[in-house]
Structure formats: C-alpha cells, structure tokens
Design a protein around this ligand. Structure first.
Ligand code: NDP
Length: 247
C-alpha cells in the first residue's frame, strides 16, 4: 500500500518549482492532491492533467492568490468540499526579492509578509478545523531563517524566520489532536526563483558542503516523508535541507 493512500493534500503554489514536484510526489504516493496557483494558469492545468494521468489520482488546480487571505481561506474550503476533507497542508507558495533594506517600502513589506507569512497562518487555521488525527501541516521556509549569508535578503529572512515560531507554537496546539506541524528549510534549489546557473549560483556553491544545487525532488521526498505515517513523532521542528550551506 502506498503511504498516502486515502489522504487529501493541498499544496499552495503548486504550478511550478518545488510545489509542482511536491504535487507529483504526493499523488504518486496515493494522495488526492489540490494545488493553488496565480500566474501560471497553463502550467497549472497541464500539471493537474499530467499528474492525474500518471498517478491515477484526482488532482485539481485552484486559482488563489496567497496575497489575499480571503482567497486562501476560500481555496482551503473549496478543497475540503471537492475532495472530501483535508489531511495534509503544504504551505509552499512564497516570493523572494533581492533588494537592500534601504530600498524596501511598506508595500514591499506587506507583499512579502502577506504571501510568505499571513497566507501560511490563514491556510493553517482554516485547514486545521477540518483535520483529523494523523493530519499534517508542513511549511516551506528557508535556510536563510538561520543564516543570511549576504546583503539584500533581510525582509525575506524575516518572513521565513517567522515560520519557525509559528511551527513550534502550532505543534503545541495540535499535538494533542495527533496532528503534526513541521517546517522544511531548503537551501539553494534549482527553480525559476533560484536557477542553478549564473554568478549568484556559483557563489552559493562555494558555500555548500555538497557543492551543487538541490533538485526539487530532494525537497519533495522530504515533504512526502513528513506527510506520511512514519513521521508521526516529528513535530514542532525545522528540517534544513541545504547541501550543508548552513553547516
Ligand atoms: P518558484 O518561484 O520557482 O515557484 C513559486 C510557486 O509559488 C509558483 O507555483 C507560483 O505560482 C507560486 N506563487 C508565487 N506567488 C504566489 C501567490 N501570491 N499565490 C499563490 N501562489 C504563488 O519558487 P520555488 O519553487 O523555488 O519556491 C518554493 C518555496 O520554497 C518558496 O516558499 C520559497 O521561498 C522556498 N525556497 C526556495 C529556495 C530555492 O532555492 N528555490 C530556497 C529556500 C526556500 P504562479 O506561477 O502560478 O504564480
């Protein structure tokens, strides 16, 4: 039996990058999967059709901008209605912009905090109402929450470090219900957000114990494990998966 059989999962920001790899892996492991997207509607439609065909699972794409708390809450409720519940929430959608703090504005702050933090809060409180014992909330943070290796990422690091406290606190609240809450903190991983080519990537590799970028499947495998029954005693923690960047 596949380890996520009879489970329903929602992955925010699943149209590309890590989110798409997580969608694939959870469906291959037997879960029905919904994912949100904003701009990449064609990719989202294509992914849902492809993964559904290869896994044999129901896979649906839901348009929902993580910048809007009402859209996020509505997406969770839609998934519950359409797929019959929610067992696994993966808060993956996130944005990154390299910009000196002196050039940041209040609008930049609102955008980053709404997508990287508030949407995680809203999706989690909406989903947890529907979760049963064995439920899983997994958020994608960043190794930058623990180590900021250069200038220009202050706001992003601040947003991702907020998820550490959120994960610990929520684990305490949901532990008695048999629901775990964990944070995955990737380092350099080859996606549109952080391509494994170019000057920035060369510098990043010099700082890693394993000097190459991670693949999206590395992250998806860890998320799949944390989503499954074998991880039931892991909660309130952060797992850094960064090729030793922070070592
Ligand atoms: P990408 O930029 O490659 O993909 C981002 C995904 O999130 C897309 O599917 C995009 O959907 C979606 N998304 C972006 N903004 C929103 C929004 N407002 N509402 C809903 N969905 C949204 O990023 P990655 O795959 O690299 O990143 C995934 C997560 O991993 C993020 O939280 C990121 O911060 C984190 N991370 C990434 C690292 C890396 O090296 N790549 C390192 C550490 C952490 P669409 O195109 O449809 O808008």
């Amino acid at each position: 039996m596949k380890h996520l059989e009879n489970k329903v999962a929602l992955v925010t920001g699943g149209s590309r990058g890590m989110g798409a790899a997580i969608v694939k892996q959870l469906a291959e492991e037997g879960a029905k999967v919904a994912f949100t997207y904003v701009r990449s509607a064609d990719k989202a439609r294509q992914l849902a059709a492809e993964v559904s065909a290869t896994s044999g699972q129901q896979v649906i794409a839901v348009a929902a901008d993580s910048a809007s708390d009402t859209a996020v809450a509505a997406a969770v409720e839609e998934v519950v209605r359409t797929l019959g519940g929610i067992d696994i929430l993966v808060n993956n959608a996130g944005v990154y912009e390299k910009k000196p703090l002196a050039a940041q504005t209040g609008a930049d702050y609102d955008e980053m905090m709404n997508i990287n933090v508030k949407a995680v809060f809203v999706a989690s409180i909406t989903a947890m109402k529907h979760m049963k014992e064995g439920g899983r909330i997994i958020s994608i943070g960043s190794n930058m929450a623990d180590r900021v290796a250069g200038p220009g990422a202050t706001l992003y690091a601040m947003s991702k470090s907020a998820l550490i406290g959120f994960t610990k606190g929520l684990a305490r609240e949901l532990g008695p219900r048999g629901i775990t809450v964990n944070l995955v903190q990737p380092g350099p991983t080859n996606t549109d957000m952080n391509p494994a080519v170019g000057e920035h990537a060369d510098r990043a590799r010099t700082m890693m114990a394993i000097p190459h970028y991670g693949n999206v499947t590395d992250i998806a495998s860890l998320v799949s494990f944390l989503a499954g029954p074998q991880s039931g005693f892991i909660t309130g923690t952060s797992v850094t998966i960064d090729g030793g960047f922070n070592a």
